[in-house]
Design a protein around this ligand. Structure first.
Ligand code: PGA
Length: 243
């Protein structure tokens, strides 16, 4: 199975920094890569990034989409438009959106369904908070989120799942490889369409220095990378660490 390393730039970047980072990555990636690499910039930077990745092995993704195809939804972006402007992937259900915008599993599922309908590959994020882990609720939270957030018609060929423990995001803490392997195995078991080729990413403080052990962990098929994806050399170290 091909690994996927996706860079989630979150609300960071400018025209100048996005151009420099993307051109640097495109030069390193060349025209062929043994792993899939996606850049998910803030929406206004998508056209610039799309132009800079032309002809390279890099692919484009977005950080969110609306569940509806079009209409009166000020500030939102449709999956159809993201597809139209060159995206291949869209992250849905990131814990920051679940927390900042009150997105429920049902909302995430509707967004993922819209992505599939538009021909985008949703990267559906799940993960427990620190309090939930301490209370021993991790498995229950993951089960609820996976069954509630994955849309009908999700297959291993059209959908990616990202396990991101909320307490590991942007904190420098990472889950142990044993914990990662356990949750990834659980997600694989919950996947209705058949677990075999489902790509499950780990996310949460992945960086060049810890990528090798995380990416070699059983059941890990790539990484969703936040902070380190803004650093050309560190992001590339993560890509190069794929087995
Ligand atoms: P981080 O973010 O790598 O900065 O922890 C990961 C994510 O939120 O996708």
């Amino acid at each position: 199975m091909r690994y996927l390393i996706a860079g989630n730039w979150k609300m960071n970047g400018s025209l100048a920094s996005a151009k420099a980072l993307t051109e640097g990555l495109a030069a390193k990636a060349g025209t062929a890569s043994k792993v899939d690499i996606a850049l998910c910039p803030p929406s206004p930077l998508i056209p610039l990034v799309n132009a800079a990745i032309a002809g390279s092995a890099l692919a484009l993704g977005a950080q969110d989409c609306h569940a509806n195809e079009k209409g009166a939804h000020t500030g939102d972006v449709s999956a159809l438009l993201l597809k139209d402007i060159g995206c291949r992937y869209v992250i849905v259900g990131h814990s920051e959106r679940r927390a900042d915008h009150g997105e429920t599993d049902a909302v995430v599922k509707a967004k993922a369904a819209a992505a599939l309908k538009a021909g985008l590959m949703p990267i559906v994020c799940v993960g427990e908070t620190e309090a939930q882990r301490e209370r021993g609720e991790t498995a229950a939270v993951i089960a609820r989120q996976v069954t509630g957030s994955l849309p009908e018609g999700a297959t291993s060929a059209n959908t990616v799942v990202a396990y991101e423990p909320v307490w590991a995001i942007g904190t420098g803490k990472t889950a142990t490889t044993d914990d990662i392997a356990e949750v990834h195995a659980q997600i694989r078991g919950l996947f209705k369409a058949g677990p075999d080729a489902l790509r499950i990413l780990y996310g949460g403080s992945v960086k060049g220095s810890n990528a090798q052990s995380i990416l070699a962990t059983a059941g890990v098929n790539g990484a969703l990378v936040g902070g380190a994806s803004l650093d050309l050399e560190d992001f590339w170290r993560i890509i190069a660490a794929c087995p």
